[in-house]
Design a protein around this ligand. Structure first.
Ligand code: AMP
Ligand code: ZN
Length: 471
């Protein structure tokens, strides 16, 4: 079976076949964060989803070139600059750094390129120039440049590929200048925004005068500059499909004049939104969580990742703290099992169980069907636990099992639990065992040893006294 993904462009499941004629290399672009604040748990649902896509492709043997932009000039950022009086770089640098730390906390593989919009001005200006030359863009007297949907359609191009639009309601030449705007109506959008006093010192020179790029333009320029005019995968949250991604298609396909059969992007993947307690996250509702808020509540990045990976990416996901507690216990079931297997395998190496991998791969091949994949994982955990409980796990079987888990975890990315500190109750039991031995109460000493074993600890009598080791 081959990997199938749901392409928003065709609204159907399609077999994944890369553009690379050798079938090996894959170009993948994910719209990155607007660095105006700390990333919230909804943003990270989308970024963990893109990490899952990348890991699944790498697991399947593809070589992925992963690009994620950093939107460091945009309306919301400019508003914050006016409020704080900070320079653009001072302001965005803080949130960019925090974002990258959060990605590490969630064990996301770092994108190979993290282009900042402000560092791609020549490429953006070049795209605008091409659109003007083809008559698809026009300039207004203030020096702004707009994308003309009517002219674009007049060139035989289609606007409205990712969503169905009602063009009867569209008033030709109607313009939207903001980066955040009505998600329903198709209107000419700003490619280059002429400098206004509110922009302060945030502007760049261009052939049309000082100004700054529109948000959509940033992604067209950075993706094609780093991945070439045509690439395989473009990802983002569902809110980006329109108008952001539709406008990216229009700008790129309008400017780059693709030969027949060539496109800007082959597969568009969108992750559904995350709700909190069934509602859209908002600061006023008090249901707004950044990753850092959850960390401050004592949850680890691994537990949050486990939760975010528990639902299929195209399902709206309802985040609750109870759900996060559930993810914590699911993860600790895996951790306990894997720790025991590693303890038994000691230094033996084994090769992964091909049947388990085949079942897991089949699940993920079905448009990243994580529910099925978790089914495979937890059946496997249950089987290992059964064998461990009856003492039927040899060290070579444990080595096979740990190798299997390591392969599964290449996709899941849960990583290893930091070796727990020796809990105080286990230490207290160890002292009680030492006292029992001293009193020559060997039955009691053995009973304590067994109790410790059940808790996942082995007692080793060493020259310097008894020590605890993870089973
Ligand atoms: P932004 O920083 O606002 O540009 O958003 C970064 C990414 O997070 C985009 O791909 C958005 O689609 C995505 N996103 C924003 N809000 C949510 C949410 N509630 N659930 C899932 N993804 C979201
Ligand atoms: Zn984008």
């Amino acid at each position: 079976m081959s990997l199938k993904l749901f392409n928003t462009l065709s609204r159907s499941l399609e077999p994944f076949e890369p553009l690379d004629p050798t079938g090996r290399s894959v170009g993948m672009y994910c719209c990155g964060p607007t660095v105006y604040d700390f990333g919230h748990i909804g943003n990270f649902r989308t970024f963990v989803f893109s990490d899952l896509v990348r890991r699944t492709l790498e697991f399947r043997g593809f070589t992925v070139r992963h690009v994620m932009n950093i939107t460091d000039v945009e309306d919301k950022i400019l508003r914050r600059l006016r409020e704080t009086g900070l320079s653009l770089r001072e302001y965005t640098g803080k949130y960019e750094k925090a974002f990258l730390e959060d990605l590490v906390e969630l064990n996301c593989r770092m994108p190979h390129h993290l282009p900042r919009a402000t560092e791609f001005m020549p490429q953006m200006i070049d795209l605008v120039g091409k659109l003007l030359k083809r008559g698809i863009a026009y300039q207004t007297p203030d020096g702004s440049v707009w994308f003309s949907i009517t002219q674009y359609q007049g060139c035989g191009c289609r606007y409205g590929q990712l969503v169905k639009l009602n063009f009867d309601e569209m008033r030709a030449g109607e313009r939207v200048s903001g980066d955040e705007y009505d998600k329903e109506s198709a209107a000419d959008f700003g490619l280059w925004k002429a400098r206004v006093p509110d922009d302060g010192s945030v502007f760049w020179p261009s052939p049309w005068g000082d100004g700054r790029p529109g948000w959509h333009l940033e992604c067209s320029a950075m993706s094609t500059a780093l991945l070439g005019p045509s690439f395989d995968l473009h990802l983002g949250g569902e809110d980006l499909a329109f108008p952001h991604h539709e406008d990216e298609i229009a700008q790129s396909e309008g400017a780059l004049e693709y030969p027949p059969g060539k496109r800007f992007v082959k597969y568009w993947l969108h992750a559904a939104h995350l709700l909190v307690e069934g509602k859209k996250m908002s600061k006023s509702l008090g249901n707004f969580f950044t990753l850092r808020d959850l960390r401050a509540k004592g949850y680890s990045g691994r537990e949050i990742r486990q939760l975010l990976l528990s639902a299929h990416y195209r399902e709206t996901f309802n985040f609750t703290l109870e759900g996060l507690d559930g993810a914590r216990s699911a993860l600790s079931r895996i951790d306990e099992c894997v720790a025991k297997l590693r303890g038994l395998a000691t230094s033996q190496t084994g090769s992964a169980d091909v049947d388990v991998l085949a079942r897991f791969t089949e699940a993920m091949d079905d448009d990243l069907n994580v529910s099925k994949a978790w089914g495979v994982v937890f059946d496997w955990v249950r089987d290992q636990n059964r064998l461990l409980a009856i003492g039927g796990m040899t060290s070579s079987m444990a080595a096979t099992a740990t190798a299997t888990w390591d392969r599964l975890d290449e996709v899941l990315g849960l990583g290893r639990r930091l070796e727990d500190p020796t809990p105080s109750d286990a230490m207290a039991l160890l002292d009680a065992r030492t006292a029992a031995k001293k009193a020559r109460d060997f039955a009691r000493a053995d009973a304590i040893r067994n109790e410790l074993k059940e808790m996942g600890w082995m007692v080793e009598d060493t020259a310097t006294g008894p020590k605890l080791k993870r089973v």
